[in-house]
Design a protein around this ligand. Structure first.
Ligand SMILES: Nc1ncnc2c1ncn2[C@@H]1O[C@H](COP(=O)(O)OP(=O)(O)OP(=O)(O)O)[C@@H](O)[C@H]1O
Ligand SMILES: [Mg+2]
Length: 568
């Protein structure tokens, strides 16, 4: 807040100056009229000059106030967005499994906006009210306590009305923000799953569900508008009643010579000056309610239950040599009881391990644990003999090549996607990894070559092309630990064999763990681990396991048969 303090102080100062000056304008107009009534031309002229002076000061003050306070709210908005973004980037895997993207987007968008409206226009009008109101009321009481009391009576009723409306509006706003985020989540899922929606003919259903959500949101927005809409007419009604009281009662006082005509004129000015601050009281109360509801939702993101990852700090150099991992009794189980472990695993530097097993046997979870992306719930995991704790994570990631089961590309060029993990890579190095994953042919055929943009999440590439791009990206980092999660599943058998052959030399000396359903991929490794329900069922060389009865021998027989038939 320190950098904003100066701005805030000057905003406050200009608001006070603006309000004080504005409150004195009617006073001087009253004085001028009074002087006129007394036929004191010179006095009247002098009063008018004062009035002009205060008007100018009020105008300049208002200009400065707007600039500083609205500018401040924009700065707060920017900082808040950055804070949320930083938290999101530091969140572990588990956080994203429980969050929905549409909801997060609505917090970073709509909710931050409601906070900005509260800290900018809301705070500004509140400040104006609290400075202008007492000053004007003091001047009114000074002129005529009786008339001031009579004129201000309707306003106190208005304040009570505003309080009630504000409470309803706050409750409604909280519900509205939840519905808005549901709507965001739903549309985000529908749009990103558009192809599935079309292929399954789900359009009508999705449209109907969208309409329902959208109707609920519209209904709440309308209710909010109805509530919000009551502020202005209520204020106008109150101002009207106050004006009536002023003319009827104040006029009587003038006739009875208790009040001067000048005072009555000044009162008219005071009422006009009060109309906006009082009207805006309701408006700013509404903004504060919205802002509060928004801030509550933002706080949930800013203070997540998951522990954030340690901040990146300075770039960490890749440790020398291949990684050595040692797991003792590690577990990572979900609420359903599914997952991984307990499991012991020894991976000396340069070891190559293939992890096989049925669908849902825990291969992906094991690789994510070894990647340091998931924390273990039990057991110990060491990297190069030291515990793989939070402090060691950045060092671990500096030497990690991880190819997830679902290849994720950014909507950038092929070059950007490949060089992501090593921006300093040379053209020659890019082509080298492209050759390893047999992607060079494709790149040569593309009119824009490496500069071809791959579309959002890489939609412009085929599944196999996306996978190989993700593999090349990891290879380019020249990691000391390579984790391949079924990274060639979408590649045809012939290309697969060529890539495996290339990997054999390219990954020489690198510690490698690969999860796969294919025995021919597993044969790249000297050891195979068979998982069953997250636990080790078999461990041995591919040769040993193919001779022992079990999952590995079974799939080997099946896949050899398949190759023979296809080859024949
Ligand atoms: N985020 C999660 N929440 C709850 N359960 C999960 C989660 N991720 C995985 N699981 C469960 O953990 C088990 C192991 O999942 P995992 O993804 O490791 O399987 P896998 O061996 O990689 O399967 P596949 O061959 O299909 O890739 C599965 O039963 C899965 O349902
Ligand atoms: Mg998997």
């Amino acid at each position: 807040m320190a950098p904003h303090r100066k701005v805030l102080v000057s905003g406050f100062a200009s608001t006070i100056i603006c309000s004080l000056a504005a409150a004195w304008v009617p006073f001087w107009s009253g004085r001028a009229v009074h002087a006129l009534e007394q036929r004191q031309w010179a006095w009247s002229r002098r009063d008018l000059v004062w009035m002009l002076g205060f008007t100018i000061v009020a105008g300049v003050g208002r200009y400065l106030m707007r600039n500083t306070l609205i500018g401040l709210s924009r700065a707060v908005e920017k900082r808040q967005r950055e804070e949320i973004y930083d938290v999101l980037l530091a969140m572990p895997f588990a956080f994203y499994e429980q969050s929905r993207i549409g909801d997060l987007m609505s917090r970073i968008g709509d909710d931050v906006n409601t906070v900005r409206m509260a800290t900018g226009p809301g705070l500004m009008s509140l400040l104006q009210t609290v400075t202008l109101l007492p000053m004007t009321v003091a001047l009114m009481v000074h002129a005529s306590p009786r008339l001031a009391l009579a004129v201000l009576m309707p306003f106190s009723m208005l304040a009570a009305g505003f309080y009630l409306i504000g409470r309803w509006s706050h409750r409604l706003q909280q519900r509205l923000q939840i519905v808005t985020s549901q709507l965001n989540t739903f549309s985000h899922e529908t749009i990103s799953g558009e192809r599935v929606v079309q292929a399954f003919g789900l359009e009508a259903l999705r449209v109907k569900a969208f309409e329902d959500l959208s109707r609920t949101q519209a209904r709440m927005n309308i209710a909010q508008t109805v509530l919000f809409g009551a502020y202005a007419p209520l204020s106008a009604l109150t101002a009207g009643v106050a004006a009536l009281v002023l003319v009827a009662y104040g006029g009587g006082l003038v006739l009875h010579k208790v009040l001067t005509l000048g005072d009555l004129t000044a009162f008219t000015g005071y009422l006009a000056a009060l109309a906006w601050p009082i009207m805006s009281m309701g408006w700013s109360a509404n903004l504060f309610q919205r802002g509060q509801a928004g801030q509550e939702r933002i706080d949930v993101v800013l203070h997540p239950t998951e522990r954030p990852l340690p901040p990146p700090g300075a770039p960490v150099a890749q440790p020398a040599g291949a990684a050595a991992l040692e797991a003792r009794g590690i577990t990572h189980r979900f609420g359903t009881g599914r997952g991984l472990g307990p499991l012991d695993l020894s991976l000396p530097a340069g070891a190559r391990l293939a992890v096989v097993g049925g669908i849902g046997s825990g291969k992906t979870i094991l690789l994510q644990v070894l990647a340091g992306l998931r924390t273990i719930q039990g057991g110990t995991l060491t990297l190069d003999g030291l515990p793989l704790d939070e402090a060691a994570l950045r060092r671990h990631w500096a030497g990690l090549g991880w190819v997830p089961q679902e290849a994720f590309l950014f909507s950038d060029s092929l070059r950007e996607n490949l060089a992501m993990g090593r921006p300093e890579a040379t053209e020659e190095e890019l082509w080298e990894v492209a050759r390893v994953v047999c992607l060079d042919d494709l790149i040569e055929r593309l009119p824009q070559g490496l500069d071809t943009v791959v579309g959002e999440r890489g939609v412009a590439l085929s599944g196999g092309e996306r996978q190989r791009t993700a593999l090349a990206r990891a290879l380019l980092r020249k990691p000391r630990l390579m984790l391949l999660d079924d990274a060639l599943s979408a590649v045809d058998a012939q290309t697969e064999s060529r890539i495996l052959e290339n990997l054999r030399t390219f990954l020489d000396g690198v510690t490698l763990v690969l999860a796969t359903h294919r025995v021919f991929v597993a044969e790249l490794c000297e050891r195979v681990l068979v998982l069953e329900d997250g636990q080790p069922a078999q461990l041995g060389t591919p040769q040993e396991l193919s001779e022992r009865p079990g999952h590995y021998a079974r799939i080997k027989r099946l896949q050899s048969l398949e190759r023979e038939i296809l080859g024949a």
